[in-house]
Each structure stands twice: as C-alpha cells, then as structure tokens.
Design a protein around this ligand. Structure first.
Ligand SMILES: C[S@@+](CC[C@H](N)C(=O)[O-])C[C@H]1O[C@@H](n2cnc3c(N)ncnc32)[C@H](O)[C@@H]1O
Length: 518
C-alpha cells in the first residue's frame, strides 16, 4: 500500500499495514491494560500512531499492542516524511530512559515520585532548580484520578520534546492537554474528571467547552456541599442533590460565588416539605403538666378529644357475644363538679398555645356542651359552632325504653375575630353535621387478644374533614388527649405537623407504633 504524505498528516490505515520495529523499551503490559480500557471508552481515533510512509511504526508501540489485543482493524496514524522520521525515530529509539522527551505529565510524575520517596516540595524545588510554586502545582495534579491521568498520558506519548510544559503539544489535536487546563479539574470528582478528559481526548469537545464544563462542575459540587449542610439530618438530601445535578443552579452559584435566591428557595421548599411530613411530637404524660411544654401562640389548630365523663360501670353480658359496656376506664370518671372545673384550665391553655386566628375543635358530650362553651368564651376564645357527629352504626341499645345515643358533639372556636383559616368546601359539605360509621375494620386498633384497644378511637375521616377545613399543609396541630394517636395520624397523612399528649402507656405506645408504620 502506498501513502501520500505531508508532514504529520493524519490518516486512517489498516492495522495490518503497520509493521513494528525493533523495540528499545520493553512493553509495559499494565500500561497496555489501561490503554485497552481507555480506547474502548473513547475510541481509536484519540490514539494515533506515528508511522513512516511505508507503514513502519516508530511511535506508539503500547497503543499498537493495545489495538492488536482489542482486534482493531483500522487505526489513525500520523504519517511522517523521512526527514522528520529520522529525527523522531532517533530520539525515541536511541534515547535513554532519562533523556526521553518530557512533557508536563512526566514532570508531574517525577515530582510525585520524589515526594513519595520522602522529599519535601521545598527539597524537590531546590534539587531541580524550580520554584516552590511550580513543584506545588505539579504535586496538585496527583489529585486527578488515575484513569483520567492515563488517558492524558496516552495523548502525549509522541509529543515533540519540549522543556516548556505550557507550550502546545506538537500533535495538537491528539494531545490537547496543558497543565493549566488540568488544574481546572483538580477539584472535580473522579467521574467528572474522566468524563471531561475523555471528551477532550476524543475530540468530542474543544478546550473552551472543557474549561466551561469544569467551571460548571465546580459550582455544582460547591452547591452540593452547601445543600448537604443545609439539609443535614433530613432524608431529603438526595432529592435536592438530584435537582442540583441538573446544572440549573450553576450559573447562579457562579454569579453569587455562593447560594443564590433560586437555590435557597429550592432548599427551603424541600425542607418545609420534610418538616411537614416529619414533624410529629408525641408526649407521654399528663396534659396538665406537659401542655406547659407547648409554646405560647405556637399552634395553628387544636383538634382534641378529652374525656367526656360519661363512663359508668354498667356492663351487659351476653352468652357467646362480647360484653356491652359503657365503662371506658378510670380516665373518664370524674365528680361532675370537678370535671366542669377542669374546662377553665383546658380553655386557658388552648387560648395560650393557639396562634392569633388559630382554630380549635373539642369533642364533648351533650351533658357538658354549655359548660365547655362558657369556659372557652371566659378564656377569650370566640365560640363559632357546635357540630354534630352522627355515628351511623352505634352500639346496640340494650334496654329499649329510650332513644339510642348516636351522636357526639364538637365545639368549634377560634382565637381572635376574623381571619381564621376556613377552607369552605361547598354548601352540602359545610353543614354542621358529619355522618360516618364509628371507627372499624382495619382502622380499629386491637390489643394482643384481638380486642378493641381504645374504647373511643375516633375515625380518621371525621378528623381529616376538620383538618382540611381549618388548617393548611405545614400548620401545627395539637391534641392534648390523643389516645391511640388518631389525630396524629390524620395530621401526618395530610402534611400537617403535630404535637400530642397521652397519659396511658398502652395507648401512647399504640400511637407511636401507628406513626412508625406510615
Ligand atoms: C376520648 S379519648 C381520646 C381518643 C382519641 N381521640 C383516639 O382516637 O384515640 C381521651 C384520652 O385522653 C387520655 N387522658 C385522659 N386524661 C388525660 C390527661 N390528664 N393527660 C393526658 N391524657 C389524658 C385518656 O387516656 C384517653 O386516651
């Protein structure tokens, strides 16, 4: 085969046309392994050989070995006129290891070896007659990942001898790297370094694009570090990093030399979402003591279901069926006067913790409605409505001499005049009458014996309706008598924050378990 040549013209030739000369330097097979990986990654074109017009290889023995191993049929070659070949060939084949032409990668590796052998950068500088800064810059290049570094080295293999490491390599397209250019990728991750180096080596991008991308990646990495700090302790870091990785905040970060408005807003939105979903505080203790832990004006919505004082010890027993009992437990038994006196304490605390324009709902029985309403008003709260919850499937009426008790009452109040949250849902939906079955099915919690765990567990549907009307996502909801945590669960399902108190250990643990299943 004949090749028409001009000095250093690049051509594609069959590998079979190329003949290897006698080798002065032994083949380094681990370097060939690295080359095989790099060639597979960026393609053959990034690894040209140097040949004479008759196909004699005088530059690129390692690449030739790698091509042969991969089974490359055609490769790219620089074809040299005999005059220039003689010079290159003599230099390459007759030079000793020490006097081979050096580019900045050789210089850098020499510095690394000396530092590894124990010399300080200052000692290396003195020995070589270089400035300390020059040694430091070469040492810093060791932060470039080894795979990217091998690729850079491969593009330099046959660059003309030069003592100036900043000068453009002789085979410009094949060896585009300079020390200054590479300094820009030192802070990048190994993957980012390899990506940019591969793209430049294979000619997919030019130097200007390389520099721009390196700058963008640096901004992105700094932004990612900032995001990690801001969202530390939440489970939202990856979600935010995925947004930053899209590159949409690079320019803003560069312009501000730090986080800008858009990025701060993203972090705030994500943090708020996390807080909404995760801010649930369950307190095991006595309402009258622990409510003091709740800050003044801190709660947006009180939704609470205190004792009704309607329990009695009468239990109806039936053969083969569960007992019918109105005995809810000691927590629901008070002397009526003592019970009524408690309302002022509830009302005062509700007024204290409720934010201006906050709302409240308290479940109660018909017997105490007016006492409770008066206590709320005495505390300075604004009474708004009495809601009736009709239970479509109340327990069986044993003695058939009276109406069946099928309703419970909910007093609605606000703190302040107008301005409370009220998400009107339509004429039919906003009747002061809610109709649902009592809590049942899988929603009803049971104990180890599969018996009802809490006698007055409220259905989520009723609680969610009230949350929907009187709060927004992210608002803080409070229940001072939370039982097995029905309000907590409803609030969390709806993206509201929650704080609740329950004195009974078994109910409290059930509430905790219920929140951890979410
Ligand atoms: C009507 S139940 C609430 C049921 C709750 N809505 C549910 O769905 O599970 C009232 C709860 O208040 C609790 N309780 C009564 N007095 C309390 C107090 N002083 N401090 C904290 N919790 C109390 C009782 O143990 C009971 O679980």
């Amino acid at each position: 085969m004949n090749t028409t040549t001009t000095e250093s013209s690049v051509q594609e030739l069959p590998l079979a046309f190329i003949r290897q000369r006698h080798l002065v330097r032994a083949i380094n097979f681990s370097y060939v392994d690295q080359l095989v990986r790099s060639i597979k990654r960026v393609g053959v074109k990034a690894f040209p050989l140097a040949v004479t017009p008759d196909g004699t290889l005088f530059g690129g023995n390692h690449r030739f070995e790698a091509f042969s191993r991969i089974g490359v049929e055609k490769c790219w070659v620089h074809v040299y006129q005999p005059e220039s070949i003689d010079r290159e060939a003599v230099e390459l084949n007759e030079a000793s290891e020490q006097s081979l032409p050096m580019n900045f990668t050789d210089h850098a590796e020499m510095v690394w070896r000396k530092v590894k052998a124990g010399q300080t950068q200052q000692q290396v500088a003195v020995e070589l007659g270089w400035t300390r800064e020059r040694v430091r810059d070469y040492a810093a290049l060791q932060k470039i990942a080894s795979e990217a570094w091998s690729l850079i080295g491969a593009t330099f293999q046959f660059v003309a001898p030069s003592t100036d490491e900043q000068s453009a390599p002789m085979f410009g397209a094949a060896a585009p790297f300079t020390e200054g250019l590479l300094r820009s990728i030192i802070p990048l991750t190994p993957d980012q370094q390899l990506e940019l180096v591969s793209e430049l080596a294979s000619g997919k991008i030019q130097k200007s694009r390389f520099t721009k991308l390196a700058k963008d990646y640096r901004a992105r990495n700094d932004a990612s570090t900032w995001v990690r700090q801001q969202l530390a302790g939440t489970s939202m870091v990856d979600r935010c990093l995925a947004e930053v990785a899209k590159g949409i905040y690079d320019a803003e970060w560069q312009a501000n030399q730090g986080p800008g408005q858009k990025l701060k807003q993203l972090v705030d939105t994500i943090r708020e979402e996390w807080e909404r979903k995760n801010s649930v505080t369950l307190i095991h203790g006595d309402f009258y003591e622990r409510v003091r832990d709740v800050g003044d004006d801190s709660v947006d919505l009180i939704l609470t279901d205190p004792p009704y004082n309607v329990a009695n010890e009468r239990v109806f027993k039936f053969e083969g069926r569960s007992d019918i009992s109105q005995d809810f437990g000691e927590w629901d038994k008070f002397d009526p006067e003592v019970f009524i006196a408690l309302f002022d304490t509830w009302a005062k605390e509700f007024h204290r913790i409720l934010a201006e324009n906050g709302s409240g709902y308290v479940f109660t029985s018909d017997r105490y409605i007016s006492h409770l309403r008066e206590a709320l008003e005495r505390a300075g709260l604004t009474f708004r409505a009495t809601l009736v919850w009709h239970k479509t499937n109340p327990g069986t009426q044993v003695v058939k001499t009276n109406f069946k008790s099928a309703v419970e009452y909910i007093l609605f109040f606000t703190k302040g005049g107008t301005g409370h949250t009220f998400n009107w849902q339509g004429e039919n939906e906003m009747h002061n009458f809610i109709e649902t079955p009592i809590c049942g099915g899988s929603e009803r919690l049971v104990d180890a014996k599969k018996e009802t765990l809490h006698p007055t567990q409220k259905p989520l549907s009723v609680l969610k309706h009230l949350l929907e009307v009187s709060s927004h996502p992210g608002d803080l909801c409070f229940d001072g008598f939370m039982g097995v945590g029905s309000t907590a669960r409803a609030a969390r399902d709806m993206g509201r924050k929650f704080i609740g108190i329950e004195q009974d250990a078994a109910f409290f643990e059930a509430a905790q378990r219920r929140m951890s299943d979410v």
